[in-house]
Design a protein around this ligand. Structure first.
Ligand SMILES: [Zn+2]
Length: 72
């Protein structure tokens, strides 16, 4: 018998502060350049702070800016 994967404690390194992030704590998934295969786990607090600085577009915002760039 083995514990299910979802119950296994995992930890990640937050790309925004380089701090440890526990899988059970509040966090968000980031997809650099819209590539979900490169997705990273980041602290929710770090994501909120980065968005306040205007550094982290949501997926919708990213798609809109991509379209604008291609249109030119
Ligand atoms: Zn962080």
């Amino acid at each position: 018998m083995r514990p299910a994967q979802s119950l296994r404690p995992a930890s990640y390194v937050c790309p925004l502060c380089d701090g440890m992030l526990h899988a059970t704590s509040a966090h968000a998934l980031l997809a650099p350049e819209g590539d979900v295969s490169k997705r990273r786990h980041a602290h929710m607090d770090c994501v909120v702070a980065a968005r306040r600085r205007g550094e982290l577009p949501t997926e919708d915002e990213f798609r809109k800016s991509e379209k604008r760039r291609r249109g030119r």
